[in-house]
Design a protein around this ligand. Structure first.
Ligand code: GDD
Ligand code: MN
Length: 385
C-alpha cells in the first residue's frame, strides 16, 4: 500500500517517468492533432513525430470529427500497434477549436502541443518548443510565421496572407494581444494553465490560440519561435468564410469584455440581416398589392426561413441540424415563432395607421417577433442534447 502511494507521488512530480510495475512510460508531452479528412496525412505525420521526438516521452491524440474519409479508422489502426497514439472520435460535432480543447482535456501530460494534422506545421520545432517550456520560465510557446526567421512560405495564398494580416492587426489593436501571430494553429502550453483557462474558451472556429491568450488576461508568459508554414500536400483546407466571420465574432465579444457571448453577437447579426430581408419582402408584397396584414405575415415567414438557415449555418454551427432534423427544426422554428408572428403583426398593425410609415410598422413588428424567436429557438430548436 505504502509503496503504491510512493510510486503515485513520484509520478506526480516526475512526468515521463517509467512505472516500475507496468514498465510503461507516462507521456511528458501530448501532441493534439485535430483532424477532419486527413486520412492520407496522419500516418506520415506519426512517422515524422516518431523521427523527431528522440528521448522525449510523447503521445499523440488524434481528435477526429467523424471524417467521411475514414481518418478515425486510419488513426485507430496505428494506435493498435503504437500505444503512444490515442484517438478521440467525435460524432455530431464540428470545429477546430472544440476538437483542440477536447484533446487538451484528454491529456494528463505536463505539456500539450496543438498542431495541424495536415503536415503544414514543421514538426522539428516540437523539441525546441518543449525545451523552452521545460525551463519553467515560459507557459506558452507559439510557432509564429511572423517573427524574424518565420515565413508564410508556400502555405497561404496571397489573398489569405492579406486576410491573415488584417485579422492579426485587429486582434492586436482590439485586444492588446502582443502576439505577432495570434492566428497560428501551432503552439505548446503547460497543461495546468490550459486547463485553468479551458472553461472560458469557445469551441467554434479556428481561433483557439487568440482565445487562450485573451482569456488569460495577460497572465501567460509567452515566447514565439519562428517557423515556415508548409504547403498542403493532401486534402484541402477547411478555413472558410464562416470561420472568418466567427473569428471577428470572437474579437468583438472579447473586446466587449465577454459581456455578450459570441453566440449572442451572431444572433444579433443574423437578426439584423433578417430585418433587411423582412423589409425587402414586405415592400415586394405591398407592391404586389397584397393587404398589409398578409404582406407582413408573408414577409415574416420569408425572414424566419432566412434566419433559420443562417442561424443553423452560423450561430448554431456546432449544433447544426441536417437532413430530416433540419426540416423538423425549421418546422419547430415556425411553430414557436408563429407566436412571434402574432406579436409581430399585432404590433405592426397597431402602428400602421398611416401608410407613409409602413417601414416603421414593419420594423417594430419584426423586432417584436425577433425577440421571441431568439428566446424560443435556443430553448427548443437548437436545444442541447
Ligand atoms: N477535428 C476537427 N474538426 N479538425 C478540424 C476541423 C474540424 O472541424 N477543421 C479543421 N480541422 C483540422 C484539419 O484537419 C487540420 O488538421 C487542421 O485542423 C487545420 O485545418 P486546415 O483546414 O488545414 O486549416 P488551414 O491550413 O487553412 O489553416 C491553418 O492556418 C490558420 C492561419 O492561417 C491552421 O493552422 C489554423 O489553425 C490557422 O488559424
Ligand atoms: Mn492546413
Amino acid at each position: 500500500m505504502d509503496s503504491a502511494v510512493g510510486i503515485a507521488e513520484g509520478k506526480a512530480v516526475n512526468e515521463g517517468a517509467v512505472d516500475a510495475a507496468s514498465g510503461t512510460q507516462a507521456a511528458e508531452l501530448s501532441v493534439i492533432l485535430p483532424s477532419f479528412n486527413e486520412a492520407a496525412n496522419i500516418p506520415i505525420l506519426i512517422d515524422l513525430l516518431d523521427g523527431v521526438m528522440t528521448g522525449i516521452a510523447w503521445e499523440a491524440i488524434v481528435v477526429d470529427d467523424n471524417s467521411p474519409d475514414g481518418t478515425t479508422e486510419v488513426a485507430r489502426k496505428i494506435a493498435q500497434v503504437d500505444p503512444r497514439v490515442r484517438v478521440i472520435r467525435r460524432i455530431g460535432r464540428r470545429g477546430l477549436s472544440g476538437a483542440c480543447i477536447e484533446g487538451i482535456l484528454a491529456s494528463s501530460a505536463k505539456f500539450v502541443a496543438v498542431m495541424d494534422a495536415d503536415l503544414q506545421h514543421d514538426e522539428t520545432l516540437l523539441p525546441k518548443m518543449l525545451a523552452e517550456l521545460r525551463t519553467g520560465d515560459t507557459d506558452l510557446v507559439v510557432a509564429s510565421r511572423k517573427v524574424d526567421g518565420g515565413e508564410i512560405g508556400e502555405g497561404l495564398s496571397s489573398i489569405r496572407a492579406w486576410g491573415s494580416n488584417i485579422a492579426n492587426g485587429l486582434a492586436q489593436k482590439l485586444l492588446n494581444v502582443t502576439l505577432k501571430d495570434p492566428m497560428s494553429g501551432f503552439f505548446m502550453i503547460r497543461r495546468d494553465r490550459a486547463e485553468e483557462i479551458a472553461p472560458k474558451l469557445s469551441p467554434q472556429g479556428f481561433k483557439i490560440l487568440l482565445d487562450l491568450v485573451s482569456s488569460a488576461n495577460g497572465t501567460l508568459k509567452i515566447k514565439e519561435l519562428p517557423f515556415t508554414f508548409r504547403e498542403r500536400q493532401h486534402g484541402e483546407s477547411k478555413l472558410d468564410t464562416l470561420v472568418t466571420l466567427d473569428y471577428f465574432g470572437l474579437l468583438l465579444a472579447k473586446y466587449f469584455g465577454d459581456v455578450v457571448s459570441v453566440r449572442f453577437l451572431m444572433f444579433g447579426l443574423v437578426g439584423a440581416s433578417g430585418l433587411v430581408v423582412h423589409l425587402v419582402a414586405l415592400r415586394v408584397f405591398l407592391l404586389a398589392d397584397m393587404s398589409f396584414n398578409a404582406a407582413q405575415t408573408a414577409a415574416s415567414f420569408v425572414a424566419m426561413t432566412s434566419n433559420f438557415f443562417l442561424n443553423n449555418q452560423l450561430t448554431y454551427r456546432d449544433r447544426r441540424l441536417r437532413g430530416v432534423q433540419a426540416l423538423v427544426g425549421l418546422l419547430t422554428f415556425y411553430a414557436v415563432c408563429s407566436v412571434g408572428v402574432l406579436a409581430n403583426v399585432g404590433v405592426a398593425n397597431l402602428i400602421y395607421a398611416d401608410p407613409a410609415y409602413w417601414w416603421f410598422a414593419g420594423t417594430a413588428g419584426a423586432i417584436m417577433g425577433a425577440v421571441w424567436n431568439y428566446a424560443a429557438s435556443s430553448a427548443l430548436t437548437w436545444r442541447k442534447n
